[in-house]
Write a protein that binds this ligand. Sequence first.
Ligand code: NDP
Length: 451
Amino acid sequence: MSIAQDKIKKYENSDCQQDDVFYQAMEEVICSIAPLLESDSKYKRYAILDRLVVPDRTIKFKVTWLNDANEIQVNTGYRVQFNNALGPYKGGLRFHPTVNEGILKFLGFEQILKNSLTGLPVGGGKGGSDFDPKGKSDFEIMKFCSAFMTELHKYIGPRIDVPAGDIGVGGREIGFLFGEYKKITSSYEGVLTGKPFVFGGSLMRPEATGYGAVYFTQQMLEIEGKESLEGKVCTVSGAGNVALHAIEKLQQIGAIPVSCTDSRGTLYDSRGVDLALLKELKLERRVSLEEYVLTHESAKYIPVSEYPEHAHAVWDIPCYAAFPCATQNELNEIDAQNLITNGCESVTEGANMPSTPEAIAAIQSHGLCFAPAKAANAGGVVVSSFEMSQNAAMSRWTFEEVDEKLKLNMQQICTRVALTAKDYGVEGNYVDGANIAGFKKVADAMIAEGI
Ligand code: NDP
């Protein structure tokens, strides 16, 4: 049995269900890099895999705060500092009731290789809380963020660990977190990215992940000799930061995004979605997508409960390119089959690990282009690194400057992934290309730094 197979078996025998998504992410990486591990004994000699799959440390803490009724609330906070071989730990904070250690381990592990792929000096980490921001007042969000930072500030710093946003954590939350950090430490420093522009954020950070996913797709389609996105119908899931900016960039380049989703259902507007209205509903009023059809009567809102079990309405809409941008494992094998049957040519993961392994296998075996999250959604961390550079130099870059650098970076990531896949005999397989290229850089740094 190879060391890679041995590793998978050991982890599969564990009985911790919370870690399911972590094993899923790990197994994919181990399968991709197995030929590399077998061909070069240094990885085994330095026990790179054993060291890579265990976080440097996991910090878990209690967050106690007062709601608007002055009742005491208790949540759990986490920070998984996974690997800092390439630079300070870097990765988002997620506030969602489903957050647990396993989910954050999966996200932190993915983040190591994603950050490595960018070529920028950042390590991997992730954090968050089981706190649910939905339905909370601005003051409740502020009180929770303050309580969360009271504990988190002990473990982070511009050269130590630099968190950013993720699901449930946008500019508002980052602002409150930054304000509390500043109050506790009396230090005005780039300890968080995704800050509002007015106090140190980078222009284009909110747009970065969605725009980056579209730039990656354009480059991938060109490399693979497929038709461009211009004039093509695209489907997008999610209606948050990543999804809305993917939709925005798709519209800018002349594609026709016709869908988005929230946790309750799918919105389908065959004429192309009205982005201004979506932003009003989701970013300003924070209400259900269902309200979209009140003013756009020809559009359809399909609640999750009205769609057959095990399939998602959004992936049943015919499209040229699909962009899952909501959450993990939201696109399964049935969804993949629906996309294939309807003539889809390309799937780009805007969210982290939105496709199940079975869905990826079906997509790849039918010759569709498939852009994995750790490469395609790296735009967020790329611009976060730009924000760190700007903060360190006390400088400001223009929107155009950031956009140009982001586009170039995404094209370079895509090309690096495609070339690596070719070098390792798996041409066109962007999953293997991304895993091998990301792994090699971190592994080489770990070897050079000793144990
Ligand atoms: P947001 O919180 O801004 O938005 C998430 C959106 O997805 C919400 O509209 C939410 O619906 C919807 N959603 C959540 N669960 C489901 C579901 N099961 N089915 C359908 N829709 C659902 O998060 P982000 O846009 O920031 O993050 C989305 C994904 O992208 C995550 O996987 C995240 O890890 C990844 N990512 C984000 C980056 C960033 O820069 N923000 C960077 C790299 C990756 P509702 O409105 O009902 O809550």
